[in-house]
Design a binder for this molecule. Sequence first.
Ligand SMILES: Nc1ncnc2c1ncn2[C@@H]1O[C@H](COP(=O)(O)OP(=O)(O)OP(=O)(O)O)[C@@H](O)[C@H]1O
Ligand SMILES: [Mg+2]
Length: 303
Amino acid sequence: MIVFIISFIVSISISLSIEPKSLYSSQDRATLINTVETRNCYVSYVKIKGVVYLVKQKKDPKKLMAVIKDALSAWIAEIFEVAHHVQVISSDENFPGKVKKFLPATLHTLAPGKTVREQKNSKFNALRLRQLWARATSFNEKGLTKPILHFMSWHRQLPIIVALDLFIGNSDRHCGNLCYDPEKDSFCAIDMDDTFNKDLCAFACKKLKAMMHDKNLSFSKEEIRAIIIMRDALKLLLHTHKPNNTIKKLYYFAYQAGFSNNNSLYDVRAKNKLKHYEKIIRRTYISVQKLINLLNIIVMKYS
Ligand SMILES: Nc1ncnc2c1ncn2[C@@H]1O[C@H](COP(=O)(O)OP(=O)(O)OP(=O)(O)O)[C@@H](O)[C@H]1O
Ligand SMILES: [Mg+2]
């Protein structure tokens, strides 16, 4: 009996500690405003208690895990307030704006402003923060680059967004996945569903070591300041998001989306993908520590 009570208390405290930020509850009424089709998604705008949100569903049925990864990444980003908030909509939930009724979707807070890509007259239209991976044609071009370290110095939030992308393994931070609000002078990262597939931190270590072999390498004061902000953001991520808890959250969002034993979505392919993300989360956690050490050396050497 005592064992039962203890395990009951433990299970309650675990489930409470992994409760995500809630944008709506089942009692709230959501009304559909409109649905648009982008290249890869169905995007619907809905109103809940007077607030407009966005519902996203990938068109490609092979990309169902995007729901879980978008939610997990946004949850990790919550400590910084540089990204939208995301809530999972279950495969069995009848929700306005869900085009594929029996598949999961995500509900997103709207990013203030517009994507940097749309703001043709803004300085930030020239930002290039994407840590290229599969599309990179050379070692030099791949992952974290010297130009990215420079672009980070353009705004205090950018080194934090780069740190976040390193931590979640996001190589899709192009100008269409970054919003900027000129009124608030503030960035908001969106679209973090192509994540947890690769250890970007390990690769960043390789890149930084290669850069340091270059005798002509130098950093401006502004670049060093940005590198320090990035390093400190990585330290905070390391401290806040321990792998066991992140993995617990991964499976929590998967369960919310409908990946559970009595659902056909939870097939061998899905299970293997989740295992792979688990492996990357653990591996990245070790690499982040090495990356922070290397950044410490760079800050000392080039300040
Ligand atoms: N939180 C958000 N706030 C405002 N707009 C958003 C938000 N999330 C997504 N969008 C809009 O929806 C579009 C598609 O979403 P997203 O970038 O997440 O998906 P995607 O997989 O890149 O799809 P696509 O390649 O078709 O753009 C974005 O380019 C953006 O215009
Ligand atoms: Mg996108």
